[in-house]
Design a protein around this ligand. Structure first.
Ligand code: SF4
Ligand code: SF4
Length: 92
């Protein structure tokens, strides 16, 4: 499994927010923070409610309701081979 760089360019490619596991409540809670993250330097962040393949698992998403990581550009670019990075740090 490859390592995903914590860059703003990579964050733009993350499709986690379109995923069925990313619940409406989590979207409402995390959208403002994620917008701010887009405008700042994400490489300095320790955790983020997006791009879980580069950061740790989510504090909000708890249930596996489908994972669309396999259709994400970063999945192919980094040879990830796993999914559910939001539920398990490092994916499963
Ligand atoms: S591979 Fe999955 S966790 Fe990583 S950026 Fe893409 S959608 Fe998000
Ligand atoms: S890591 Fe996979 S399951 Fe979790 S939100 Fe992103 S696409 Fe959905």
């Amino acid at each position: 499994m490859g390592t995903v760089a914590k860059t703003n360019e990579n964050l733009k490619k993350c499709i986690c927010m379109k995923c069925p596991s990313y619940t409406f409540t989590c979207k409402m809670m995390n959208m403002p923070g994620n917008m701010i993250a887009m405008m700042s330097d994400v490489s300095k962040k320790v955790e983020l409610e997006a791009m879980y393949c580069a950061f740790e698992k989510s504090k909000c998403i708890k249930e596996e309701k489908g994972c669309i990581c396999a259709t994400c550009e970063l999945f192919k670019e980094n040879n990830l081979g796993k999914g559910y990075f939001c539920v398990t740090t490092g994916g499963k």
